[in-house]
Unconditional design. Structure first.
Length: 255
């Protein structure tokens, strides 16, 4: 289990969340992972990633209670829009396809406990409440993790590269391109590199220096202005670069 000193506003927010969740009999543990634990946290761009392990799958009444809990936490202030909290039932923790109750910034939805999330939690997670390691969340074998990342690269990211309108949005440009060096590092050396490190490796995927600078500036919270025509040109270029990057990852072959 890692240790961490969170930024003051983040620590306050997590403390208020922990206090409310720890008071619930159905909560086994509350865990933080991701950029807050790896030293890569960016107040402008990073999520506050939390997994809450619960005894049973939340029913409709419980989902309403959890929604009200998060809405109450949001009213206390802090970087509430960055808070993502996945509620994982102990009996489904080993199933990466199972849809879990998920607080996503300002609303409740559903998402999976992916193998990469489990691996990040095992490598650099911390318990805000409850036992460590999290019961039922065993470390992920590297071969299984590599297989999942390869499948995501040639499946999900290939589909994303074909959707023209997405590439007009800053968030998709940044998120998708940064995924390329992260996937390559895991597939070739087994390393889970941070997004900050991935940005440094973008030129290796042919990403122009000007676009790398845009991505870095947005991560650092600096304003980036892109004109309408410039956004169109960037979308076409970035989408082609993504397609080439996905093709490069596909040639690595499944592990």
């Amino acid at each position: 289990m890692g240790t961490a000193e969170f930024p003051v506003e983040v620590a306050g927010l997590l403390g208020r969340l922990r206090e409310r969740l720890a008071a619930r009999a159905d909560v086994i543990g509350v865990y933080v992972y991701g950029s807050l634990m790896t030293g890569d946290y960016s107040p402008a761009a990073s999520d506050i990633d939390v997994v809450a392990l619960v005894r049973h799958e939340p029913d409709e009444a419980t989902v309403r209670e959890l929604t009200e809990l998060h809405e109450a936490v949001a009213k206390t202030g802090g970087p509430v829009g960055q808070l993502h909290c996945l509620y994982v039932a102990a009996g489904t923790a080993a199933d990466p396809e199972h849809l879990c109750t998920y607080w996503f910034g300002d609303r409740m939805t559903q998402w999976q406990l992916k193998l990469l999330t489990r691996a990040e939690l095992a490598e650099a997670g911390v318990a805000l409440h409850g036992p460590w390691p999290p019961p039922g969340l065993d470390p992920v074998p590297l071969a299984d993790l590599q297989a999942a990342v390869y499948t995501e690269s040639v499946g999900y990211w290939r589909q994303v590269s074909r959707q023209r309108k997405l590439w007009l949005q800053d968030t998709w440009v940044d998120h998708a391109l940064v995924a390329l060096p992260r996937a390559e590092a895991l597939l070739t050396s087994g390393d889970m590199i941070t997004k900050g490190e991935a940005v440094k490796r973008l030129p290796g995927f042919g990403i122009p220096a000007a676009l790398v600078l845009q991505i870095r500036d947005r991560r650092d919270g600096r304003p980036v202005s892109v004109s309408g025509p410039g956004r169109l040109v960037r979308a076409v270029r970035a989408r082609r670069l993504m397609q080439r990057g996905v093709a490069r990852l596909s040639r690595l072959g499944p592990p």
